[in-house]
Design a protein around this ligand. Sequence first.
Ligand SMILES: O=C(CO)[C@H](O)[C@H](O)COP(=O)(O)O
Length: 210
Amino acid sequence: MELQLALDLVNIPEAKQVVAEVQEYIDIVEIGTPVVINEGLRAVKEIKEEFPALKVLADLKIMDAGGYEVMKASEAGADIVTVLGATDDATIIGAVEEAKKHGSKILVDMINVKDLEKRAQEIDALGVDYICVHTGYDLQAEGESPFEQLQVIKQVVKNAKTAVAGGIKLATLPEVVQAKPDLVIVGGGITGQQDKKTVAAEMQRLVKQG
Ligand SMILES: O=C(CO)[C@H](O)[C@H](O)COP(=O)(O)O
């Protein structure tokens, strides 16, 4: 089981500062969608250059032009690129084919997919690397969490790795770890803490036990 730090509400210098603080406790750094919108793929490039030992995920949430956008993110240094599960199969297939050329991976974010069980099975057959259940910020604000959805994909996904994101905190991490996803994604649960290092270290301990 791996731990991914999601960076959403920072600029590039702030991102570097947070990663420097917790780098020994995480496996993957996510350059979140808001960071890509604000800073462009330069954020991916700079983080990869400064922390070459860490994998970098570009959270592009691709909905169209899968091949082209994966090409650009991979050229910038992304090890993993996200595509939305709600899009059409052609976009996902294009993304997978392009990622293979670059040795990068595709994580499909199932945010707002209505029939999760059916779509997860369809996407699992397309050769993606990760399938991720995700409760976004707007539904987190309404009290939702991704934990039940994680159980669903754990049942039906046979080829891809499983991942989970959305409001995971130190207090809820043991419940997540129990469901045995391959990847746990944490943003505010680390970045919103005063002592990020201690929280990240404890999270790593729990994740590596799982
Ligand atoms: O992709 C995202 C928002 O769209 C976030 O990166 C993801 O939800 C993890 O952050 P947090 O743990 O703060 O919810």
